[in-house]
Every structure is written in structure tokens, then in C-alpha cells.
Ligand binder design. Sequence first.
Ligand SMILES: NC(=O)c1ccc[n+]([C@@H]2O[C@H](COP(=O)([O-])OP(=O)(O)OC[C@H]3O[C@@H](n4cnc5c(N)ncnc54)[C@H](O)[C@@H]3O)[C@@H](O)[C@H]2O)c1
Length: 263
Amino acid sequence: MTNNKVAIVTGASSGNGRAIAKRLAQDGFTVVCSDLHPDARPGGYEDDADTPTHEAIVRSGGQATFIAANATSMTEMTSLVGGAVDQYGRLDVMVNNAGIFTGLATIVDEKEEDFDKTIAVNLKGVWIGSKLAITQFLKQDVVGDTRGTIVNIASIGGLIGLAQEPGYCASKGGVVNLTRQLAVDFAAEQIRVNAVCPGFLATAMVRPFLDDPDLNTGLHAQSPWPNLGTANDVAQAVSFLSSEESRWMTGSSLTVDGGFTAR
Ligand SMILES: NC(=O)c1ccc[n+]([C@@H]2O[C@H](COP(=O)([O-])OP(=O)(O)OC[C@H]3O[C@@H](n4cnc5c(N)ncnc54)[C@H](O)[C@@H]3O)[C@@H](O)[C@H]2O)c1
């Protein structure tokens, strides 16, 4: 059943974004799925990977569409937000989820182009998505308790140092503090901005860790919880932060990490 609200999810074709889009559709949102292309990344753990996310949602009775956009492009992201608003009349939730990880290396070996790419997608992409969503929210009336809500997908790498991930940790640390900063500027307008900080969980991005026996053992050894999380665990947190149940939460970064950062 629809809740008459509209959500955009970037990076919605695979992994966390796919689970988030499906979960928001179950919550009643009309979901505008966005990604570079509608097909899931190879190497993921989705059990229906050959069906694009928006089609899977529609098949199970939800409302969704797909608009291609590179999260690093102001032009394409402007078309995404404009297209969603033209089609559905307003925007209630923006989930800035698109992200990349270019591989393990200390700063000595990390390539400058990989650092630049990581900052462009993981940090500037969130900045662009937030800028456009807030610009739209400011044109809208308050519905329920909010004019609009942003959920940024950061990482535990935005809260602590993860070995051999300098660019990734820098980008996600930026997302965590951008989230706080935007919350301060727009609380008076009743615009909420929160982040989710997932720990390691099974998506195509993390497959290289999980397929490597040493890295896999290391990950499990560092995690207090006996098993790693799933994209659905992230989606549940996004569902909560997108709902009125979190109406007084803004500027927070919610860890979903099996206790990884609790040590
Ligand atoms: N998997 C994890 O363990 C984990 C942990 C912490 C945070 N995260 C974060 O969760 C988010 C999703 O990651 P995932 O694990 O689902 O990865 P994934 O690689 O499975 O999916 C990422 C999706 O983002 C899309 N994407 C990449 N660059 C893009 C761009 N420039 N514009 C638009 N879309 C783009 C890809 O096409 C892909 O569909 C990322 O921000 C990631 O940093 C993941």
C-alpha cells in the first residue's frame, strides 16, 4: 500500500542500494531507482540479480521506476531529481548510497586516480545528491514532521581507521561530518539528514574480502557478532531513518556493524 511519498535511491541496482529500494517500496514509497545502469553488478549476492531492481519492485506490487544517473555528475543528478519531481510531484526521501571501493593499499601505494575517483563518487556524489534534494525540499510544504529527509550511506570507515583504506576512509569520514553539518543548517526548515554506517557485509563490493580465506577469517575475528551482516540489515536502518519514527533524529550516524566499532 502506498504511503504517498517518493524516495530516490542512488546505486540502487546492486547490494545495499537494491535492498534499500526494495525495503522502501515495501514501506509504501514510490521509489525512483538510480544507478549507472539498471543491471546489478556481477559478483553480488542477490538471489534475483538478473531482474533490475525497479522491475523486481513492480513485480511484487510496489511502485518504482529507473532513471540512469552518474552520482558524480551535477547535470545527470539534476535530471534525476527533476525527473522524479516532474513524474511524482515531490521528493520525500533521498538515499545517497552510490559508492565505490578501489581496493586495499596503504597511502604509499594508493594511486592518485583511485583516491580522486573514490572522493568523487563517495563524497562529492553525496554532496551533489544532498544539495539537489535540499533545494527541492525547501520548495515543499512540511508533511507530517518533515519537509524531506536525507539518508547518507557512510561506513564504519567514516568512524574509525580501516587498514589499507585511506581514500575510502577519508571519503566516508567526509560523509559523516557533511551529514552533521547539513543537519545543523536545515533543522529549522524541518529537513532531517542522517547517515548509516554499515560494517562489512556481503555485497559485490566486499566479495574480494570474503573470497580471500585470510581476509575472510580476519573479518570474522574482528567482528564481535558471530556472523557478518546483510544488505537487508542496512535497509532496515534506512527504513527507520526514512520514517516518522525517527522524527527527532538528525545529524546522527547509525552504526549497523555487529559491534565492530563498539570495541
Ligand atoms: N558492502 C559493505 O560491506 C559496505 C560497508 C559499508 C558501507 N558500504 C557502502 O554501501 C554503499 C553501497 O555499496 P554496496 O556494498 O552495495 O556496493 P556494490 O558495489 O554492490 O553496489 C554499488 C552500486 O553503486 C553503483 N555505482 C557505483 N558508482 C556509481 C556512480 N558514480 N553513480 C551511480 N551509481 C554508482 C554501482 O553500479 C552499484 O550498483 C556504498 O556507499 C558503500 O561504500 C558498503
